[in-house]
Design a protein around this ligand. Structure first.
Ligand SMILES: Nc1nc2c(c(=O)[nH]1)N[C@H]1C(S)=C(S)[C@@H](COP(=O)(O)OP(=O)(O)OC[C@H]3O[C@@H](n4cnc5c(N)ncnc54)[C@H](O)[C@@H]3O)O[C@H]1N2
Ligand code: MOO
Length: 397
């Protein structure tokens, strides 16, 4: 079987996933979605010059001095008319600066006496927010391909967007295979284990922007695997297990029965070497993940996440950081090794401690890890303190 590098495998997969059609949805429901069109401002923000503080709108040239109070400008209303020399207007945060005024004196620094206010020296522009300070009419605020998050959603909301155009979510069907796999509350037999792969993959897919369904797990019978794959209504089928070379590993045979054209046969990665990807005769894509949970999750992070991003029309940039090794590491073999690691944030940088046991069956290790430490193929031994690359996992905190 042809072995591709991680980078080559990812490129080959992503080349087969193009952005899905656009749909218009309410902005409030767009968190996590990817824009299919730019969001532009049809109005400046703020639309008028306004006060940053509660106080007095004045002409700086009149200060210091005692000024005649001639009116009020409150948020949402404004002041009709203009400020003449020697005058002041009571003003509140967010209220429009009256014509003629060029400065705001905060109320703590002013003394009011009936219809007069005495203010200290002020400079033009003090405590004032100019119209268009945040953005101007016509500015492109968010570009096509940007994933909406709460802060970008706020920006679109501040430009008056009620709806946005986003790419449809890819539909992903997750199929776990294997005689030994059961899902709670089913009771496992003496030689069975609980499915820990597909429940996690479903929520990963959802968090990364897909609509995911879990097909009922199938036993190691070719017909059943083929039937499950054939019936999956999805852009992408993700299988878990049965990807390797054992007598009971039927996923490739089933995919071949459905006419798969391989784009990736296996990957020079540890864990996750049996990972494969291809296009079925009917156009659906299939990503075969290995059954060992850590292998499946590492490959989900490295391949499934970018695939979903591509379907959503977003560029994918893994969240990489540089860390110092907490302990020495032996030389690496020929496969790129992604080690589960724990990070410590200390003054002066991040330290990464890879877990001692990197066995790909260990779910407890993955649940504790917050990063994947990348060891390039054939890397030489590293000492404690050496710099390494880490991929930051989206942990719950
Ligand atoms: N002779 C060889 N044997 C193996 C090779 C190889 O190259 N030559 N590759 C090894 C590697 S690497 C991996 S990874 C595994 C992956 O194999 P499969 O994808 O075929 O997975 P299975 O054999 O079905 O299962 C492996 C392991 O994972 C457990 N499993 C499966 N599905 C789940 C699930 N949904 N939840 C929890 N655990 C699951 C399963 O019980 C096995 O223990 O193959 C090596 N063998
Ligand atoms: O690469 Mo397998 O994924 O070693 O466990």
């Amino acid at each position: 079987m042809k072995l591709l590098s991680v980078e080559a495998a990812r490129t080959a997969m992503v080349a087969e996933a193009s952005a899905l059609p656009a749909q218009t949805i309410p902005l409030q429901t767009a968190n996590g979605r990817v824009l299919a069109q730019d969001v532009a401002a049809d109005r400046a923000q703020p639309p008028f010059t306004n006060s940053a503080m509660d106080g007095w709108a004045v002409r700086a040239a009149d200060t210091p001095g005692a000024l005649a109070i001639v009116g009020e400008s409150a948020a949402g209303h404004g002041y009709e008319g203009a400020l003449a020399p020697g005058q002041a207007i009571r003003i509140f945060t967010g209220a429009a600066l009256p014509d003629g005024a060029d400065s705001v004196v905060i109320q703590e620094n002013a003394a009011r006496d009936a219809d007069e206010v005495t203010v200290p020296a002020a400079a033009p522009g003090d405590n004032i927010r100019d119209a268009g300070k945040d953005f101007r009419a016509g500015d492109v605020l968010l570009t096509k391909g940007t994933r909406i998050d709460p802060w970008r959603l706020s920006l679109a909301a501040s430009a008056g967007c009620a709806e946005v155009s986003v790419h449809a979510k890819p539909r992903i069907a997750i199929l776990s295979t294997g005689e030994e796999i059961v899902e709670a509350p089913a009771v496992p037999g003496p030689f069975q284990i609980y499915d820990s792969g597909s429940p996690a993959l479903k929520v990963m897919c959802e968090a990364w922007g897909a609509e995911a369904t879990k097909l009922s797990g199938v036993r190691d019978q070719l017909d059943a695997v083929i039937a499950a794959m054939r019936g999956a209504e999805a852009d992408l089928i993700v299988t878990v297990g049965g990807a390797s070379v054992g007598d009971h590993d039927l996923v490739r045979t089933a995919a071949e029965a459905l006419g798969i054209r391989y784009r990736v046969e296996s990957v020079a990665i540890r864990p996750g070497k049996p990972t494969f990807f291809g296009v079925l005769a009917d156009g659906r894509r299939l990503l075969g993940l290995p059954g060992n949970p850590a292998s499946a999750f590492v490959c989900a992070e490295l391949f499934l996440k970018p695939l979903i991003a591509a379907y959503c029309g977003a560029a994918h940039a893994p969240r990489m950081a540089t860390a110092r090794l907490a302990a020495p590491l032996a030389a690496n073999g020929p496969r790129e090794h992604w080690m589960r690691a724990k990070l410590t944030y200390k003054e002066g940088g991040i330290t990464a401690q890879p877990y001692r046991d990197q066995d790909s069956s260990l779910v407890s290790v993955f649940a504790a890890a917050d990063a994947l430490l990348r060891r390039p193929p054939s890397a030489s031994a590293s000492a404690a303190g050496d710099l390494v690359e880490v991929l930051l996992l989206d942990r719950a905190g």
